[in-house]
Design a binder for this molecule. Sequence first.
Ligand SMILES: [Zn+2]
Ligand SMILES: [Zn+2]
Length: 123
Amino acid sequence: MINMQDKTLTCRDCNREFVFTIGEQEFFAQKGFTNEPSRCPECRATRKASGGSSGGYSSGGGYERREREMFPAVCAQCGKDTQVPFQPSGDRPVYCSDCFSAQRSSSGGGYERRSSGGGRDRY
Ligand SMILES: [Zn+2]
Ligand SMILES: [Zn+2]
């Protein structure tokens, strides 16, 4: 009933063919894996060794991580031209980095506005 045989699969990383042996297939079946390995043992080992995750597209990529796109804006606080890492929507004030950090540091917790005793921004 069980008619297993070695399978030849193609590694998705290096495109080399590798053999998915009966032994491995049984191992996979035991583990309850239903899908076949998509990488050759070598690439699997390399990925494991290198920690896996972030794709190391080593060869001929040409895909370069760009800097975060910046949008021109005018600071709602001081009126200075500035750039923000998001598209200014218009319904929210945009602040330059100075005013933004000043705001963040000044507002201790929550949205609290001091009307008295500030005296810092004096025109
Ligand atoms: Zn491979
Ligand atoms: Zn500003």
